[in-house]
Ligand binder design. Structure first.
Ligand code: ZN
Length: 290
């Protein structure tokens, strides 16, 4: 049964706990396919894509959030961005890393390495704001939890998971983010902690066919709660031939004439790996526009 990717925001009825859940199996599979990611790269990129969707859940239209995981491990950096409409895109510097395993699991932390997490929010007319925190484990979820506490003073728990099939396709992916709001009572925090400890891994739940509502019911067990908003999510780059043509025009006439002399030019989008080709004639058209 295909459930479809979804992001949901909910709150307990007393307004003390906020939770976000995303099922992103199709998003991560599309990213894996675009970039031909091997398993550990698919897991790391998939966790980062899911995290960005959770962190960007309250963005308004025209706002953006960029999440960068910059470690010294074999994967290189991971860059993901999302808008306020449920679109997310991203890439990992080295998608063809051979399997790194630790205790029978994909070793995402080892593949990411030691480094920093950078989160940039472009909100409204204000200057973009970037916050930075050191990576705790490179496993992404712990790094997000640490970032939110260290940089934004929000106590949170983040869980992220990606399961990969033997043929390298994505079996299940998703995550959640739970935040205790100011005024949360000890009783509420204890109940939340008990619920979190009892939760099976998020990827196991999604693989078992649990919906976002089922997962919220586990997180809010014993607390009355309600849904605030729900939206579909998509791996969608939004790049276009025109955007690259505009970038070529910015290079100037001389540069374009040199490219033309070498034959056709090509431009590859980092975010979705799509390549746009410009023939000699195409380049001539661009030169005319300068
Ligand atoms: Zn693209």
């Amino acid at each position: 049964m295909k459930i479809g990717d979804k992001l949901i925001r909910a709150m307990d009825d007393h307004g003390l706990v906020r939770a976000l859940v995303v099922i992103s199996t199709d998003v991560v599979e599309e990213a894996r396919r675009c970039h031909d990611c091997y398993p550990v790269a698919a897991a790391a990129l998939g966790r980062t894509l899911s995290a960005a969707l959770l962190l960007g859940a309250t963005l308004k239209e025209s706002e953006r959030l960029t999440l960068r995981i910059v470690g010294d491990g074999p994967l290189g950096s991971i860059t993901v961005d999302t808008d306020g409409k449920g679109n997310v895109r991203g890439y990992v510097r080295n998608p063809h890393i051979e399997l790194l395993c630790k205790n029978g699991k994909l070793d995402v932390g080892g593949a990411v390495g030691v480094g920093f997490l950078h989160l940039t929010r472009e909100i409204g007319l204000k200057e973009p704001y970037t916050g930075t925190a050191p990576l705790i484990s490179g496993e992404i979820a712990e790094d997000i939890t640490n970032y939110l506490f260290a940089s934004e003073q929000v106590p949170s728990t983040c869980a992220l998971g990606v399961l990969i099939n033997p043929d390298y396709s994505v079996q299940a992916a998703g995550g959640f983010l739970v935040q205790a709001l100011p005024g949360a009572t000890d009783e509420t925090l204890e109940r939340l902690e008990t619920n979190l400890l009892a939760m099976p891994p998020i990827s196991t739940l999604i693989h078992a066919g649990k919906t976002v509502d089922d997962i919220l019911a586990l997180l809010f067990n014993g607390m009355p709660w309600h849904v605030l908003a729900e939206e579909g999510v998509l791996f969608n780059c939004g790049c276009s031939r025109q955007r690259f043509a505009d970038a070529f025009i910015c290079l100037g006439k001389q540069e374009l004439q040199e490219m033309q002399a070498e034959g056709q030019a090509e431009a590859r989008c980092h975010f979705c790996n799509k390549t746009y080709y410009f023939t000699k004639d195409d380049l001539q058209e661009l030169i005319k526009q300068i």
